[in-house]
Design a protein around this ligand. Structure first.
Ligand code: PMT
Length: 398
């Protein structure tokens, strides 16, 4: 069974008799490991109650755009950012028309406008409404905007007619959602990724480190696995659970990360350095805890750590090598310097002066730079950004 582990699926339910199947759909999505939140339109609530969906999803159900209480808990913009995938099932003819017109006058349509996550629709309607030219024109518009259609199926309908317009069964929809994340772009590729901080020991209880949480590197590892790669994730200390189907190599110091990286990078196709590696480490590591003295000042002598990614980029054959550049000023200029100095194939410039992105946040915004061009990727969840970066890199690998 293909997995939806850790995927955040926002299920939009619109008004149609197939809404009763959405309860089963929530269960099928959760069985595959997804975290599911539900938005219901006014009309959907005529067919099934929010309470049922709340009990099954384990999360409060969202119904109103202008409900101050609900907006305070998780507003529509947060919901839009939260989602890895927006699935509207059932998607009525009316909702399809409103989505195609770009309306934003209820919670679900406003959220579809605001999200950068992919949108999938599971249409469900009378066969005459499905075949109507207006509906077909709306679907053409939506397809051109990369909205994915799941179904409909043909068969007998609740109205007594027979034809196209039945919503796909919950299991078929859950499977299609899982496949949505499995791009196959890196099938057969060996990928090595570094993530998280390093810790440089001062004495048995103290160390030098930084605020990297590992979220970016782990998201890249998950995205690479979804894309079909065999992934080794070399990680400094983090609080994150090991991603599924990834070979995790835990390390602590920059030297350990260097040794592991050179061991695993030999013969790999793609190396991504997302770790925040300490550039320096204490020259001496005290074997006992250093005691407080009478002096007001003390000095720590530091020595340079090996540059992991630069060493990987010197391997022969060289994997396609992608570094990150975390910068607080002159972002693109400093990133390009790193691209050249470390002989990377691409660098991902990460502006760490901005609130809410970069170190230890769930979102990021970056510029992907290679020798030909630079591509700006605006703020989005690290999981989505990772998938977008994997797609960019995979296109260059091919
Ligand atoms: O982990 P998160 O909380 O999700 O945050 C993500 C992040 C901000 C840590 C990440 O996206 C990021 O920008 N990582 C690189 C951070 C950094 O320290 O960059 P740098 O400019 O110091 O290093 C440039 C590149 O060289 C990086 O690819 C780094 O992994 C690599 N490097 C640096 C030093 C060293 N000794 N060896 C290296 O391989």
């Amino acid at each position: 069974m293909s997995s939806l582990t850790n995927k955040r699926i926002l299920l939009g339910i619109t008004g149609g008799i197939a809404a009763y199947k959405s309860a089963e759909l929530v269960r099928r999505l959760k069985e595959r490991g997804a975290d599911v939140r539900v938005i219901m339109t006014q009309a959907a609530q005529e067919f099934i109650t929010p309470l049922t969906l709340q009990a099954l999803s384990g999360n409060p159900v969202h119904t109103d755009l202008l409900d101050p209480q609900a907006e305070a808990a998780m507003g529509h913009i947060e919901l839009a950012r939260w989602a890895d995938l927006v699935l509207v099932a059932p998607a009525s003819a009316n909702f399809i028309a409103r989505l195609s017109a770009g309306r934003g006058d209820d919670l679900l349509s406003a959220l579809c406008l605001a999200t950068t996550a992919p949108i999938a629709l599971a249409p469900a309607m009378n066969q005459g409404m499905w075949h109507n030219q207006a509906t077909q024109d709306n679907l053409t518009t939506l397809r051109a905007r990369d909205v994915r259609l799941l179904g409909p199926a043909a068969g007998s309908q609740a109205c007594g007619e027979t034809g196209l317009g039945r919503m796909l069964e919950p299991e078929q929809l859950a499977k299609a959602c899982a496949e949505q994340f499995a791009s196959g772009l890196l099938t057969g590729k060996r990928v090595v990724i570094t993530a998280g901080p390093t810790r440089e020991a001062i004495d048995p209880v103290r160390y030098l480190s930084n605020h990297s949480s590992g979220k970016m590197g782990y998201a890249l590892a998950e995205a690479a696995v979804e894309a079909g790669a065999q992934v080794v994730l070399i990680s400094g200390p983090t609080h994150l659970p090991p991603p599924e189907r990834v070979a995790l190599v835990p390390v602590v110091s920059a030297q350990q990360m260097y040794d592991a990286a050179l061991k695993h990078a030999a013969g790999c196709d793609l190396f991504i350095g997302a770790a925040a590696v300490a550039d320096y480490r204490p020259e001496q590591v005290a074997s006992e805890k250093i005691k407080k003295g009478v002096e007001e000042h003390t000095t720590l002598t530091l020595v340079k750590n090996p540059d992991i990614i630069a060493a990987v980029a010197r391997l022969a054959p060289k994997p396609y090598t992608v570094g990150f550049a975390a910068e607080s000023e002159r972002l693109l200029e400093h990133a390009r310097t790193k691209l050249e100095r470390k002989t990377l194939d691409a660098v991902i410039a990460n502006d760490i002066s901005e609130e809410g992105i970069g170190f230890n946040s769930d979102d990021n915004a970056v510029t992907f730079i290679d020798n030909e061009r630079s591509i700006q990727l605006d703020q989005r969840r690290k999981s989505q950004l990772a998938r977008d970066l994997v797609a960019l890199v995979a296109a260059r690998l091919r």
